[in-house]
Design a protein. Structure first.
Length: 341
């Protein structure tokens, strides 16, 4: 995608405006905004200044995007909380690892078992609903049924994506994905710092996969998305919803609730523990998936239970997964050389 278009669309989303809302402000049709953002209509100066004005886009960012992409330049997407940057050190380590993977000898017998579909996010639709629907479609396309994902690393490798775990420090960067500008080869690094639970690491893998599926044209050299609180970017909401629904499909969640209720007489704590271990997800993700299938009945009951468990467990996990994820490179280039150390 044209970098100017990416900046305009990202700016609109970060301003919290739908295509229809921006069109109203600019005095044009919603279809005009849709055509501009899909490169079916040329962006005029009037359109450009409208985006800059109503979306509060820094004009300097637009001017810089007019410069040609530098050879070998990398673009990123990441899962993070609170802060809004990737440190130069992490970028350097990622790019060194990616280049070594890319330059490594390819196994002639190695094929991509699955293809990565493209499910572009529509900014005029609810990102949570879209994410869940895309997760269901991806599972169907890949023939995964509704069974739990035993090894998300292996799944990502089967898609031909470089993936590695690395200790990126006890910070809020849970994972990042990147690629060389203009390339179709993606790389994904998951933060395996001991402060991050295995459940969160598994979730982050699928969260990053959602970005590759839905936001491949949104990867940028300067990430400014936020993954927490009321200001959470719509792309992050989409990716979170995708990851939750992909790891714990609604139909399977209902089955787990049904059989656990029969065995433990509707013991709420038992449902949480059984579901989190069965699906390999955090207790918070279990709560959100229970909410999505209508288990709590209303938002107030959900909020009360969420607060109760947050107070009890915080960032820890009841009966946590202790076996670490096994990372190895799809394209054999020496696992020892991929530790980022």
């Amino acid at each position: 995608m044209n970098p100017i278009i990416s900046i305009l669309r990202r700016g609109r989303e970060q301003a919290g405006l739908t295509q229809s809302q921006l069109a109203e402000k600019m005095g044009c049709a919603r279809d005009t905004i849709a055509r501009l953002e899909t490169e079916r209509q040329t962006v005029s100066l009037e359109h450009l200044f409208g985006y800059i004005r109503y979306c509060q886009i820094n004009p300097q960012e637009v001017f810089q995007a007019l410069e040609p992409v530098k050879p070998g330049e990398f673009a990123y997407m990441l899962r993070m909380h609170d802060t809004h940057y990737i440190t130069p050190e992490i970028k350097s380590r990622f790019e060194d690892w990616y280049n070594r993977c890319e330059a490594s000898p390819k196994d002639e017998l190695l094929i991509n078992i699955r293809k990565v579909p493209v499910y572009e996010q529509d900014s005029d639709q609810d990102p949570r609903t879209q994410g869940e629907q895309a997760a269901d479609k991806a599972r169907e396309v890949w023939g995964l049924g509704t069974a739990p994902i035993k090894d998300p690393v292996e799944l990502v490798e089967s898609l031909g994506i470089f993936i590695q775990g690395a200790d990126l420090g006890a910070n809020d960067v849970f994972a990042l994905s990147g690629k060389k500008a203009g390339a179709d080869q993606y790389g994904m690094v998951i933060n395996t710092n001991k402060s991050i639970t295995i459940e969160r690491q598994r979730f982050s893998i699928i969260h990053e996969l959602a970005h590759i599926i839905a936001h491949r044209d949104e990867f940028c050299t300067d990430c400014t998305e936020t993954g927490k609180g009321r200001s959470k970017d719509p792309k992050e909401i989409y990716a979170d919803a995708f990851a939750g629904a992909f790891l714990a499909p609604a139909a399977e969640v209902k089955q787990v609730v049904h059989y656990t209720t029969k065995t433990f007489a509707n013991n709420f704590d038992a449902i949480i523990l059984v579901a989190k271990r069965y699906f390999g997800i955090s207790y918070q993700t279990v709560l959100l998936r229970l909410h999505s299938i209508g288990y709590f009945g209303d938002d107030q009951k959900f909020g009360w239970n969420f607060g109760k468990l947050r107070k009890r467990y915080g960032k820890t996990e009841p009966h946590p997964i202790t076996e670490p994820l096994m990372f190895h490179c799809t394209h054999p280039c020496g696992a020892e050389g991929l530790s980022f150390q």
